[in-house]
Design a protein around this ligand. Structure first.
Ligand code: I6G
Length: 666
């Protein structure tokens, strides 16, 4: 192999790892997204031309194999225990008193204290410095193996750094996967627009994302990670929790920057109070503070009590709830015409954040809680994020409160509103309702869809209100002359919008299907459809029977797809996009195939595929599968207990791929 190629590959990988770290761990990027994308594309191109040089820890290999049928289980070598909770100063102080009684020692104790992330606990296993497997906490003893999803989290190194501290043969890192608040809000907005249920809080969003069977979906979820400890502790040079966390940092793992080393429990309590005050200014959700005895020797002495360590405590914050009044109930119209009642509230600070609106979901919810205009209500931030009305304070009713009914005409276009049998939602019946059109354009431009940077709500409102676009099909026909005269849109940002539109013209079939905003077609269904049909035409022409033959597609989704493609108006919009330069990366005949012209031979037992499946996947990438190894063989894929083909391959110098490496090529 030409050393210039291998050197460049290594250099690109090194740079991408470095910039990943700056962005996802330090939150302090040194280069723009576009510069990062250029480096990544160069690496992808180089690896596509030399698939034998792809290594599983290359930054291009975060999304490896296809969807799983189900998760396997993985036993934790050291149980992942739970933490004892404390809810008051007294209970925090009692924690130390108990420790001192147990140790029969009244000396000063040193602790570590850090925010308790409201995320999903996972374990990452590194073998020879490489991320080999990963599991959820599960019941503490056995979790679900979610390695291929964990690999998509860019804050998690696929390979540990070794410059400062040499990692052991096997390292078990424990920590929390979480979603930042702003990403959570944006993601929920997209889900609601797609007609998918919103996540109640960032914790559920993180857990739901990690429990996806399809890693491509997880890779589009903005997940982050903080490491907080280790499983197996043998063979490590650390003497304290603090040193453990320094070690994790030196290996390239993110550790919460608010971690502190504190002497005495009274000072730990001060830290708890300080974090409780600051919790709402953090970019992620925390629900308490974890305090741990710092010395590992003391931890060992203290041991475990039932299912939690005696040396650790979780102080849990008070939930944020406040009383306020409902001034009015307004109705919003969404992309699919759903009318959502939203309470306008007398502004009130809940957990340090001013709340002036709260969704009431639908008419049934309003009736179930008997909510009336003028009522005094208890509001809380669900999972401390989305404001919601918990209940009415009925003792404060004065008699002048007014019951609310969803109107029978759309508040935006005055078209009749209907409620289909069996549905909680009321809908506007006018497909040309300006509210629906604006929302569908917003969805089309959103992150999980075509990701058109800078095309926000205000600009969309202006474009639709001024008649410059009638639907998202017109977006790719916008010109500088259309944009520049718009309010507050200077020449430079018009240029930026045009550049963002240009970038979005090239997209994947899966993103595009999601962007169309077809009812019941969220990100996952879109990915399933793109995978199966490979092209827009094949999907548009698919009959109900073929759609229903897919496991994930039920009658409701199939009917919705058929109805969408049967409408000439929708086909016209797609035609406009194509004329405007949309370039879909479709599977069939798309791009250079990674294994084109290559001959592969399979030997041994593969864990992830049957022989036939492996063969199909190779053929789908343009490769050929031969029955025996010869000088013409390009690769031998060797599973468990390989046969004599392996010896033959070695003899002839044919490159041998492990199942893992094979999956990475796929
Ligand atoms: O669930 C947890 C969250 C955070 C933990 C934890 C933690 O440390 C910051 N630490 C331990 C030891 C355990 N659970 C069992």
């Amino acid at each position: 192999m030409d050393p210039r190629i291998t050197d460049r590959l290594e250099e690109l990988r090194r740079q991408l790892r470095h910039h990943n770290y700056r962005y996802y761990v330090l939150d302090d990027p040194e280069i723009s997204d576009a510069q990062y994308d250029r480096l990544l594309r160069e690496l992808e191109d180089l690896e596509a031309r030399h698939p034998e040089l792809v290594s599983p820890d290359s930054p291009t290999q975060r999304v490896g194999a296809g969807p799983l049928e189900k998760f396997e289980t993985l036993a934790h070598s050291v149980p992942m225990l739970s933490l004892e909770n404390a809810f008051s100063r007294e209970e925090v102080l009692e924690f130390e008193a108990r420790i001192k009684r147990f140790l029969k020692n009244d000396g000063e104790i040193e602790y570590t204290a850090e925010p308790k992330m409201d995320g999903l606990a996972v374990e990452l296993i590194y073998e020879q410095g490489r991320l080999s497997r990963s599991a959820t906490r599960g019941d503490g003893y056995v979790g679900e193996e979610v390695t291929q999803n964990i690999r998509t989290i860019r804050a998690i190194p696929l390979q540990l750094w070794t410059e400062e501290v040499q990692p052991p043969e096997r390292l078990e890192v424990r920590g929390e996967v979480y979603m930042r608040l702003k990403d959570f809000r944006e993601h929920n907005r997209q889900r609601e627009e797609a007609g998918e249920p919103a996540f109640a809080n960032p914790r559920n969003a993180a857990a739901g994302s990690i429990r996806q069977l399809d890693p491509r979906i997880t890779s589009r979820r903005p997940l982050f990670f903080f490491a907080y400890g280790l499983g197996l502790m043998t063979g490590l040079p650390f003497t304290s929790q603090w040193e453990v966390l320094q070690g994790l940092t030196a290996w390239g793992l993110p550790v919460n920057p608010h971690l502190e080393k504190i002497t005495g429990i009274a000072a730990c309590w001060d830290f708890c109070r300080e974090m409780e005050e600051r919790r709402h200014s953090l970019p992620y959700e925390i629900d308490g503070v974890v305090i741990k005895v710092n010395s590992l020797a003391l931890q060992e002495k203290l041991g475990i009590k039932s299912r939690s360590p005696r040396w650790a405590l979780a102080y849990k914050f008070q939930p944020s709830q406040e009383n306020t009044r409902i001034l009015d109930i307004e109705v919003q119209v969404g992309r699919t015409g759903v009318l959502t009642p939203v309470a306008r509230l007398e502004p009130v600070a809940v957990g340090g954040v001013e709340v002036s609106r709260a969704t009431l979901h639908n008419q049934d919810e309003i009736e179930r809680k008997d909510i009336r205009i003028g009522d005094t209500v208890v509001v809380q931030r669900a999972g401390d994020v989305i404001p919601e009305v918990v209940k009415v304070v009925s003792s404060l009713r004065r008699g002048s409160e007014k019951p609310f009914k969803i109107p029978d005409r759309c508040p935006v276009c005055r078209a009749p509103v209907v409620r289909s049998p069996g549905e909680a939602a009321h809908r506007c019946t006018n497909p040309n309702c300006p509210a629906q059109i604006k929302e569908s354009i917003r969805h089309f431009a959103s992150k999980g869809a075509l990701d058109i940077d800078g095309l926000g709500e205000k600009l969309i409102n202006q474009l639709v209100d001024k008649g410059l676009i009638k639907d998202y099909g017109d977006l790719f026909h916008l010109t500088r002359e259309d944009l520049v005269p718009l309010e507050r849109l200077a020449d430079k940002s018009a240029g930026n919008i045009l550049a963002a539109l240009e970038k979005s013209r090239q997209t994947t079939l899966s993103r595009f299907l999601y962007a169309l905003g077809i009812r019941f077609v969220g990100e996952h269904v879109a990915a399933v459809l793109a995978d199966h049909f490979g092209s827009l035409k094949a999907l548009a022409d698919a009959g109900e029977e073929e759609l229903l033959s897919l496991k994930e597609i039920g009658p409701q989704v199939a009917a919705s797809l058929r109805a969408f493609f049967a409408q000439p108006g929708n086909r016209r919009v797609i035609e406009k996009l194509l004329q405007g330069g949309l370039r879909l990366q479709e599977k069939k005949g798309a791009g250079p195939k990674k294994l084109a012209g290559k001959t592969l031979v399979l030997t041994g037992r593969l864990n992830r595929f049957t022989r036939d499946e492996a063969k199909e996947r190779i053929q789908a990438l343009g490769g050929k599968v031969a029955g025996s190894v010869s000088a013409k063989t390009d690769f031998l894929v060797a599973g468990e207990e390989p046969g004599s083909k392996l010896d033959k391959a070695r003899e002839l110098g044919v490159p041998v791929l492990s199942e893992e490496e094979f999956i990475n090529i796929l």
